[in-house]
Structures are given as C-alpha cells and as structure tokens.
Design a protein around this ligand. Structure first.
Ligand code: SF4
Length: 294
C-alpha cells in the first residue's frame, strides 16, 4: 500500500540529536525511539527528549506489530543502568524523560525492581526532570505495580495498543485488553494523585465505534492522557496494515476524547505514546499542579 502524502516526514537532523545519540550508545543504553523505528526520532531527540528503554533490548513477548527484537530470555540486566541513565539525563538537562522497558517474563519480579531503581536514580540526580514511565503489564501483578508507583514517577503510562476485538491477533497472548485496563485502574487506585496515560494505534482494521469504546473504557479506568497514532508496519513479517487513516479522522477522535474528559489527547498520523508534543503538555500540567482525574 503506497504511503499517502500526509505521511511523508522530513527528517530534522540537528547537532543535538547526534550528540545525545553518541552519549547514549557509548554507555550501552537503549532508546525505544531507535529500537522501534519511531518516525519522530530526529524531532524528539533534536529537541532534547528521548525515550529510554531499560532492562535490555530483547523482549520476552511476541506482539505482532512491534519491531523490538524478541527472545524467550531477555538480556542480562545492567546493574549500573540506573546510574548511567541519571548521568545522561543530568548531563543533557532533559526537562521531560520517558522510561520504558521490554517485558521481562523471565525475571522473578518481571523487572519491576530495576525499573523502579532507574526512576529513583533519575529523580535523585535531576529533581526538576519530569519522569514519565511507560510500563509493561507485569501480568497484572499489583505488587509490581506498587513498586513502580512507589518509585515516584510523575506520569504512569501503559498502552492498550488497539481495540478489544483486534487485541488477540496484535498483542502477545499473555497481554490482553482487559488486563491492560485493569493495570491502569490499579495504578489509579494505588495513588489517585498520579497522572495516567495510554496510547493506541489506528489502521489495523478497527471501526470508529470500537475506537470510541476503547476510549470510553480507558476513561472508565481513570486514564488522564491519551495518544492515538497511525500504525506503520515495520516489515512484511509484522501485522498487516489495513489502512492509512486520514488526518481529519484523528482530529475527530481527539475532539471526542476531550469531550469524554481526558485532560489531554494527542491524535495524528505521527503521534506515538511518547511523542514530544504530549510530553510538553503533560510537563506543563504537572508543573501547574492540575489535578489528575479519578
Ligand atoms: S511487549 Fe510487545 S509491544 Fe512491548 S516491547 Fe514487547 S513485543 Fe514490543
């Protein structure tokens, strides 16, 4: 399927992008921007925002839409990763960072403890930096979720990825639409003052009604921020792309999301869960002390 004109992106190559990239790779850190072939990589990195992926570059899940490398056993965990991250973020004075991870079903605590140590280390070194975490589902384990909440991130995100009907073919069989809603609801129950966020992709064959239902379900779980973007098929081996959704449809969903009570909604062909526009807005909101919903 040929890409429509609105999906042609002009790469923004900046000096800052190159410098940050070099520092990150010299320390052996991973960013999801590179691993997941994100189309916004130069724009985000060029403006000083990057999403770091902790716990290695191998995921133990097999979601069919995702470009991250997969393996039944993940990489060895770099015990120095929390300090390295804190050093990079402090050095580049990044105002807003997103920390995400691959799934680590092979580890006893599914990596929650290491994830939390990363957040604490960043917060200790750069108290001004707003930290968003984009977490796996931890198979719904509330003790793992509590470990994350207690580490003190400002925003906790978990992606629902797609509508309920398509979830089984798109996401790993250990993940699930209802489980993801439950994860988001549990985070809110653990701390009502914490902002929560979720994201989904369009273009996988979902109907408008199914998208609106997913949005309602997310609001029902108390989610504050929503990001909706276009699915871009990483290769012929990944889930099939059914359609390129036109920009006006994204505008429609954004307006409906705001009408449902999301504090912020970003929707557009290039929007990703960590897209910088959303982060900047979220940073403003956190600084202005706007109350999360419940
Ligand atoms: S859980 Fe799925 S979407 Fe997330 S990194 Fe692993 S394979 Fe990709």
């Amino acid at each position: 399927m040929a890409k429509p004109e609105w999906l042609t992106i002009k790469p923004v190559s900046t000096e800052r992008y190159g410098e940050i990239k070099q520092t990150i790779s010299s320390l052996g850190l991973h960013t999801v921007c590179a691993e997941a072939h994100c189309p916004n990589i130069t724009e985000c990195w060029g403006s000083g925002t990057a999403t770091f992926m902790v716990l290695g570059g191998l995921c133990t899940r097999g979601c069919t839409f995702c470009a991250v490398s997969k393996s039944a056993h993940g990489d060895g965990v770099d015990q120095l990763e929390p300090e390295k991250l804190a050093r990079v973020i402090g050095r580049w004075r990044l105002p807003y960072v997103v920390i995400t991870s691959v799934c680590r079903d092979d580890l006893e605590d599914q990596g929650a403890g290491h994830f939390a140590r990363c957040v604490k280390s960043i917060k200790a070194a750069s108290p001004e930096t707003v930290v968003e975490v984009l977490i796996p589902d931890f198979r719904g384990d509330s003790s793992c979720l509590k470990t994350i909440v207690d580490s003190g991130p400002d925003v906790i995100g978990h992606n629902i990825e797609t509508v309920e009907r398509l979830s089984p073919g798109i996401r790993d069989r250990r993940a699930g639409y209802r489980q993801s809603l439950s994860v988001l609801g549990t985070v809110k129950r653990l701390d009502r003052t914490r902002y929560t966020k979720s994201a989904m992709m369009l273009g996988l064959g979902e109907s408008d009604e199914e998208v609106l239902q997913a949005m309602e379900d997310l609001r029902g779980s108390g989610v504050d921020f929503l990001a909706i973007g276009q699915y871009l098929r990483p290769s012929q081996h990944h889930a099939e792309l059914v359609e390129y959704v036109p920009p006006e449809k994204f505008t429609y969903f954004r307006e409906r999301a705001l009408g449902m009570g999301f504090l912020y909604a970003a929707a557009g062909p290039f929007v990703r869960s960590s897209y910088r526009a959303g982060e900047f807005f979220a940073a403003e909101m956190v600084k202005r002390g706007r109350q999360p919903t419940s």
